[in-house]
Ligand binder design. Structure first.
Ligand code: UDX
Length: 450
């Protein structure tokens, strides 16, 4: 099938490449000339395991092309995916200007029947706006060409994007047209197995599904974070509690790891946008508002703990202290720092007067854009520990799971580890001589009730 994917960011690039991998002729479009030139030469603008190899292979085999020429790409394609960004506007609602601009461009370029697919995460009702924008452009041209608009939300996770796309739990297709549903089913048939499902539904339900899924997951994490905080003051162990509740098949074990708050390009933005959409309909989504607030507080948990343990009062209670930070990206296997808890935590440590030396396997360049020369950057994970007053773990990269603890102890001034991701066993850490402060585990001894 001939398809074009407009917007070669995270979702667009992964989707386009995977569609090419399953035998389709794909043109990826972007307005950013530098990005397209780079992609043509095999330079991938994001870090995503397996993506580069797949891009190169499909380019070589002629199924994957990159261009800034939207007009030609639309003319050649039956299915046009819109995968441009929907950043949060000033009021938290999703900014649709890029999506609607693409819709208008499609309307200006199309010469035959098109299936226009919203792949970007867009609020309920956007498909109607896309339809209206295309219709308006066709009317301006004085032509009538048939087209259909589909909502096909993307559920991929950064760091596992290729796998998520090639082996999805489900594919959601929102359309009111039987013929279009069949074409979309054919396009996705390569990725369907016995264990997953293709769900065809009305357009608004498909649009809502994406927001409901992300809001549910953000709520689940936040719930567990708050349970962890309570475990800490009550002297319970949140990891035991996770086992205890996860064994209930209605609850399950996934997405119940407490930490320093959720981040990334999706959860914070989508929770905000759904709250905003609800407000616009005069529905007060109190639960999600609380989730947002609780998550902001969770990002302060680690710096508060450090201040309580090592602070010396005054305006700059951590003056003279230095910390080694492990992990800057919002989660492992990505260099993405959008809404990363590390931003809040490190800024707070600096505000309290501390100095910070950081390591991250992939995100150092991204981090430099945020922190400039206000912190130190290290390629080797042990280097920042030299002379530090404690180690602060923010992201659970695999390389932090079994480190050389003897080396850590020798390098640190104080053998203290503030672990925002519960990577180690508290008993073992005590045995080998560390003061270990995880999230929601045997914390009663170090954390006072407030
Ligand atoms: C998410 C959704 O999972 C995906 O379906 C959607 O398409 C986009 O948003 P992503 O942002 O890549 O994907 O990250 P994800 O792996 O879901 O993690 C989101 C955040 O939750 C991270 O900050 C992570 O650290 C945090 N998290 C996740 C926890 O704190 N605890 C957990 O148990 C799981």
């Amino acid at each position: 099938m001939k398809i074009c994917v407009i917007g070669s960011g995270y979702v667009g690039l992964v989707a386009g490449t995977c569609f090419a991998e399953s035998g389709n002729d794909v043109i990826c479009v972007d307005v950013d000339e530098q990005k397209i030139e780079g992609l043509k030469r095999g330079i991938i603008p994001i870090y995503e395991p397996g993506l580069k190899e797949m891009v190169l292979r499909n380019r070589e085999e002629g199924r994957l092309n990159f261009t800034t020429d939207l007009d030609a790409a639309v003319k050649e394609s039956l299915v046009c995916f819109i995968a441009v960004g929907t950043p949060p506007g000033a009021d938290g609602s999703a900014d649709l200007q890029y999506v609607l601009a693409v819709a208008r461009n499609i309307g200006r370029s199309m010469e035959s029947f098109k299936i226009i697919v919203d792949k970007s995460t867009v609020p309920v009702g956007t498909a109607d706006k896309v339809r209206a924008a295309v219709t308006e452009e066709l009317a301006l041209r004085g032509t009538h060409i048939e087209f259909d608009v589909v909502s096909n939300p993307e559920f991929l996770k950064e760091g596992a994007a290729i796998d998520d796309f090639m082996k999805p739990d489900r594919v959601v297709i929102g359309t009111d047209n039987v013929r279009t549903a069949e074409i979309m089913k054919e396009l996705y048939s390569a990725f369907m197995r016995k264990s997953n499902r293709m769900l065809v539904m009305d357009i608004r339900s498909a649009e809502m599904t994406k927001y409901a899924a992300n809001a549910m997951l953000a709520t689940r994490i936040t719930f567990m974070n708050q349970v962890a905080n309570l475990c800490e003051v009550m002297g319970a162990d949140v990891m035991a509690v996770r086992e205890g509740i996860g064994s209930d098949s209605r609850i399950g074990y996934d997405f119940l790891f407490p930490g320093v708050g959720y981040g990334g390009s999706c959860f914070p933005k989508d929770v905000k946008a759904l709250v905003r959409t609800a407000d616009e309909c005069n529905y007060d989504f109190v639960l999600l508002k609380a989730v947002e607030e609780a998550n902001e507080r969770q990002k302060r948990i680690l710096s508060d703990k450090i201040e309580r343990r090592l602070g010396q009062g005054g305006a700059k209670p951590l003056a003279g202290k230095s910390f080694a930070v492990w992990g800057l990206s919002f989660k492992p296997r990505t260099d993405d720092m959008r809404e990363a808890p590390s931003l809040t935590i490190i800024n707070r440590l600096l505000e309290l007067g501390a100095t910070v030396q950081a390591h991250d396997p992939e995100a150092l360049n991204e981090a430099k854009k945020h922190f400039g020369d206000r912190i130190g950057y290290h390629m080797n994970q042990y280097e920042p520990l030299k002379g530090a007053d404690g180690l602060v773990i923010i992201t659970e990269w695999n390389e932090y799971r079994n480190p050389d603890f003897d080396r850590i102890k020798k390098l640190l001034v104080n053998p203290v580890i503030f672990d925002g991701r519960n990577l180690y066993q508290p008993e073992r850490m005590r045995e080998i001589g560390f003061e270990y402060l995880p999230i929601g585990r045997n914390g009663a001894a170090v954390c006072e009730m407030e």
